[in-house]
Ligand binder design. Structure first.
Ligand SMILES: Cc1cc2nc3c(=O)[nH]c(=O)nc-3n(C[C@H](O)[C@H](O)[C@H](O)COP(=O)(O)O)c2cc1C
Length: 258
């Protein structure tokens, strides 16, 4: 039984979960969802398909949405989703199921993995003890997910549905405005032009011009540029000047390089 796990990740939480699942599952492979892989429009050969992604404003990242919309799948393929998030999975499973339903397929199972929140535009990184707790719980959760996927277990209970879906859906469409959010990024004098920000950007949205990053307004808001900057020089407005930075401690930047 072959499994393909498609993952999107800015700061490595979802990549770590995808990698661990990949190790647990037999005959499984990992494929990154990024600008360069948006040409993948068909997967009718995998017996099982998984999507692993971070929750943004209660829903799925834009690129994940477009990727799934464009992906042709067999109607009876076992499809599972794993959301990583700092607070909750929101309506992300409902959104994926809705997209799949339009092509006659459906989400067979959905799983949640709580991870440190990485949106340092709004808050500081989780304290280290809380991060360690997340990682410990996540390790246990991943074993359970792998076992469920191996056994083709189905569930519908993680979907928000009803009024909750309507309210979170409204928040998502009101607040999730990617693309030109990058207008708020800037660099301090610490930037040494290393280009890490450009390489980790899954949207290929950053060019290095005269040794400085220039954002091209096709931002996915994943904050990878800011979080992986070795100099901590990238800022979002003034919000992040005094805040720490976060990326998953067991993932290296070059695992996300485009
Ligand atoms: C733009 C943005 C919006 C986010 N919105 C939410 C949210 O609505 N709910 C939540 O629980 N976590 C939210 N988060 C936190 C991430 O979902 C979480 O840290 C995730 O594990 C990051 O995964 P990654 O390291 O693979 O990018 C948000 C993060 C970003 C960057």
């Amino acid at each position: 039984m072959s499994t393909t796990i498609y993952f999107f990740s800015g700061t490595g939480n979802s990549l770590k979960v995808a990698k661990d699942l990949n190790e647990q599952l037999e005959d499984s492979k990992l494929v990154q969802i990024s600008k360069k892989n948006l040409s993948i429009t068909n997967d009718t050969s995998s017996d099982k398909i998984g999507f692993v992604y971070p929750v943004y404003f209660g829903g799925i990242p834009d690129m994940v949405k477009k990727f799934i919309e464009n992906l042709q799948v067999n109607e009876d393929t076992y499809i599972f989703a794993v959301a990583t998030f700092g607070g909750g999975a929101g309506i992300s499973f409902d959104q994926i199921d809705d997209i799949l339903n339009k092509k006659g397929a459906s989400l067979s199972a959905s799983f949640k993995v709580a991870m440190p929140g990485n949106y340092q535009v709004m808050y500081s990184p989780f304290p280290e003890e809380k991060q360690a707790e997340c990682f410990k719980d996540a390790n246990e959760q991943i074993l359970k997910i792998a076992s469920s996927v191996e056994r083709n277990e189905t569930n519908k209970s993680n979907k928000a549905g009803g009024i909750k879906k309507a309210i979170i859906g409204l928040l998502y469409s009101t607040f999730f405005k990617p693309n030109d959010k990058d207008k708020n990024f800037w660099t301090t004098e610490k930037c040494n032009g290393c280009g890490t920000c450009s390489k980790v950007c899954p949207a290929n949205n950053i060019d290095m011009i005269d040794g400085k990053p220039q954002w091209k307004h096709q931002c996915e808001t994943c904050v990878a540029c800011m979080q992986w900057c070795p100099q901590k020089s990238i800022q979002y407005k003034k919000n992040t000047l005094k805040r720490g930075r976060y990326h998953h401690p067991e993932i290296k930047a070059n695992e996300l390089f485009q």
